[in-house]
Design a binder for this molecule. Structure first.
Ligand code: F6P
Ligand code: MN
Length: 327
């Protein structure tokens, strides 16, 4: 049996990163406990205010955000923290070597119906040690991430983590309070017959995405020559977890539903950490044209279309987009 602490010591010599992962995963235990008590802990329902994205905040969005922010602000390695729920980043210890970004509670619409939710995190190097961090310091491409991962609060609490080129999964043992390694060097099959998309947005998609989903629905009778199956958890953490477990394709594509947004998902809190996990597990991650991890951000709350998962299927979607662009 290998615990998270042992795994970190064996796989990474970066004490700052290791201790920061420990801080985040400790908070994860508290969030998991609150979720387990649900209505009894008075954590369900709306908080009564909107976040920077104009979305209604749930009580647990606010609670998870505050718990992570407080814990990371007390971590001397942390020079600054940025949260999906807050307008601006929060400076912490100027001498710290790391910046931490997080989506405190992913899939919030699942909270009140007792379904899977998660916490997503991304750790970047801090380039201006000794000076107070500002939003601009966070604007680094995803390929700069030192570590990334998520906590999935499902029927059990699990951690997926990537450091040092490997992807590993841990299960939280509710008796000992340890995260226990259950699988390492995770690799996803290149081919899949399972896909995740919110099809109710079909009319807002671009032509190549409509064509792609039409082909999958045609199944055996169409150009793909085989049947496909749909799964949609409505929490990105849940869908990405399934893909790390058994492959698949997840997309929240470009749509014209909200003209000023490039997609629904956030580059820095969602797309980048998930893309690092998926690529390290042998999969692909694109905005349908570019590699997500190479996108240079210009805003900490920037949105991006996301297509990620089994490598050949992601390449197929990208090809369709290239073919349409060439017409
Ligand atoms: O954080 C955004 C998010 O909740 C993702 O976790 C999830 O994949 C998606 O939005 C669900 O979107 P929709 O409600 O449009 O299906
Ligand atoms: Mn989210």
């Amino acid at each position: 049996m290998t615990t998270l602490t042992q795994y970190l010591n064996n796989h990474s010599t970066n004490t700052a990163v290791n201790e920061t992962i420990a801080t985040i995963t400790e908070v994860g235990k508290t969030i998991a406990q609150l979720l387990r008590r649900g209505a009894l802990a008075d954590i369900l329902g709306e908080a009564g205010n909107q976040n920077v994205q104009g979305e209604e905040q749930k009580k647990l969005d606010v609670l998870a955000n505050d718990l992570l922010l407080d814990a990371l602000a007390s971590n001397a390695h942390c020079a600054g923290v940025a949260s999906e729920e807050l307008d601006n980043s929060t400076p912490a210890h100027a001498d710290g070597s790391l910046l931490v970004l997080f989506d405190p509670l992913d899939g919030s619409s699942n909270i009140d119906i007792n379904m899977a939710v998660g916490t997503i995190f991304s750790i970047l190097p801090y380039q201006r040690q000794g000076q107070i961090s500002v939003d601009k310091d966070f604007l680094q491409a995803g390929n700069q991430q030192l570590a990334a991962g998520y906590l999935l609060y499902g029927t059990s609490t699990m951690l997926a983590l990537t450091i040092a080129n490997d992807v590993a999964m841990f299960s939280l043992d509710p008796d000992s309070g340890d995260y226990v390694l259950i699988e390492e060097k995770i690799q996803i099959d290149a081919d899949t017959s399972e896909y995740s998309i919110n099809s109710s947005n079909y009319r807002y998609w671009r032509a190549p995405m409509q064509q792609y989903i039409d082909e999958l629905i045609d199944g055996e009778a169409g150009v793909r020559g085989r049947d496909f199956n749909t799964r949609w958890v409505a929490a990105m953490v849940g869908d990405v977890h399934r893909i790390l477990c058994r492959g698949g394709l997840f997309t929240y594509p470009f749509d014209t539903k909200y003209a000023h947004k490039a997609g629904k998902l956030r580059l820095m809190y969602e797309a980048n950490p998930m893309s690092l996990l998926i690529e390290r597990a042998g999969g692909g991650a694109t905005d349908a044209v570019n590699r997500i991890l190479d996108i240079e951000p210009n805003d900490i709350h920037q949105r991006v279309p996301v297509v990620l998962g089994s490598k050949n299927e992601v390449a197929y979607v990208k090809d369709l987009h290239l073919q349409h662009a060439a017409k």
